[in-house]
Ligand binder design. Sequence first.
Ligand SMILES: [Zn+2]
Length: 100
Amino acid sequence: MSKKKTKLSTPKWILEGYDSQEVYNKSKGINKNKKKTKKTFKIRKCPKCDSDNVGVVVGKEKTGEWECHKCKWKGKDINKTEINEEDFMKYLDEKGEEVS
Ligand SMILES: [Zn+2]
């Protein structure tokens, strides 16, 4: 049997004297169970004219009444849409264009 030096890949955490890989990862800031935070944004739109120019009726915030500044709709059943960050940026872009 030839005594070749086999390249045994000793894990780094052993070489560096850590108790376990978990401790090693923690000390190096490696987190395998990283939580993916999904950012969502809520957009509220008028159910009548589909405008996003809506706001809570002043003085009726607690009852959750909304009004549309465009068509003067008032009510509670406002359209709520949840979108992700990417779509929200697009939405802001489009909105910005409308204003100018
Ligand atoms: Zn409206």
